[in-house]
Design a protein around this ligand. Structure first.
Ligand SMILES: [Mg+2]
Length: 372
């Protein structure tokens, strides 16, 4: 079996839904252009994947994918995912100015093909550990700028049946501790709440928030300070009882350095940052060996999140999956990332990613096509 073509189409979503009910801020990108990649084969099977883009980088990313990586795929047997993955990793050594996330996403299309050849979902190919995972809802920062909005959003997500709610807050302790308290007051004791500070806090402020989280019994404190500040992460993890979750932005081969001496309590990873289905599987294996959970993170891109869900179901290691803004569930028939009445996302059972792409929708939103 050989890959015969590599196509990237740019699929455009307006950014309006992301900022609603407020207008798109001046200077922010008005569109999210998602690169949708198709790998065709000489046996008539096509594998799909997508790239992340909400910083306005979609067109640039599409060109990088085609111009840098198409030649590594065309002519290769897509069933040899490990061989291709190792080639891409070896090449990364010299691509100093290109993120490994680019080829991480491409690995997913190989698994989609492998599933379609065998008639099995990616979750089954990996190990079939379970068929569903509890999903928590993330409240993006622009949706919860006031304490009243925190109350409203958290109540809405809990009522919608999610298994937990994560707040994305980066106002600092003076603004955020009252919001964190309000969220706990609204959901009551025992309901899983998480907070993600997106790496903006000083160490001292992270400590203040961390002690509040201990009192309020949050499930985890995510990326309080930049992942690069590994020594401060260790101090924080030692000082507070709430688990410190970090490692979202570090690559697969950096992750072990966060785990060997208790620098963090919970690891973070997704198919985009940790090397595709192949790399995230390796990360989960590493964490299992060392006794860590690896919480799978959203990649805010529909096919990447389906791939995250397939890995979360295929292998042990993530208590939850993350359900982000509804606008990242476009273009797939049957809404496979919806949260069911049991508070879980269920892995699609069809072959590969197991999804049916809504080509009418995609065609109506395609603004450019690049081929190789
Ligand atoms: Mg995060």
């Amino acid at each position: 079996m050989k890959i015969t073509s590599f196509t990237v189409r740019l699929v455009r979503q307006s950014a309006e839904a992301w900022y609603a009910p407020r207008p798109i801020p001046e200077g922010a990108t008005p569109h999210f252009d998602f690169p949708l990649v198709s790998l065709e084969t000489d046996e008539g099977i096509t594998g799909y994947t997508m790239e992340y883009c909400p910083l306005g980088q979609g067109p640039g990313t599409a060109h990088q994918l085609r111009d840098i990586f198409a030649a590594d795929f065309i002519g290769q047997d897509p069933l040899n995912h490990e061989a291709i993955w190792q080639t891409l990793r070896g090449k990364q050594r010299h691509l100093y100015n290109v993120t490994p996330c680019l080829w991480s996403a491409l690995d997913i299309a190989l698994w989609d093909i492998k599933g379609k050849v065998t008639g099995l979902s990616i979750a089954k190919l990996l190990g079939g550990y379970r068929d569903k995972v509890p999903a928590y809802a993330t409240c993006p920062p622009q949706s919860i700028t006031t304490v009243e909005e925190v109350a409203e959003q958290v109540a809405m997500k809990k009522a919608a049946g999610y298994s937990g709610v994560k707040l994305q807050l980066s106002g600092g302790s003076a603004l955020d501790i009252p919001r964190l308290r309000k969220a706990r007051e609204i959901v009551g004791e025992g309901y899983p709440l998480m907070v993600d500070s997106s790496a903006v806090l000083t160490f001292e402020d992270a400590l203040r928030i961390g002690h509040a989280l201990d009192e309020l019994e949050y499930e985890w404190f995510e990326e309080p300070i930049p992942d690069a500040y590994i020594l401060q992460l260790k101090k924080l993890a030692e000082d507070i009882r709430t688990p410190v979750l970090a490692g979202e932005t570090v690559s697969l081969f950096e992750l072990p350095h966060y785990l060997t001496e208790g620098q963090i309590d919970l690891a973070r990873g997704d198919v985009h940052h940790k090397g595709g289905v192949t790399g995230l599987s390796k990360a989960l294996g590493l964490c299992e060996m060392l006794g860590y959970e690896l919480e799978i993170h959203t990649a805010a891109t529909p096919l990447l999140d389906v791939a995250n869900l397939q890995v979360a179901c295929g292998l042990r290691g993530s208590r939850f999956v993350e359900s982000h803004h509804d606008m990242f569930r476009f273009g797939l028939k049957g809404d496979p990332l919806r949260v069911h009445e049991d508070g879980c996302q269920h892995a699609p059972e069809g072959p590969g990613l197991g999804v049916e792409i809504d080509w009418d929708w995609m065609d109506n939103h395609t603004i450019d096509v690049l081929t190789a």
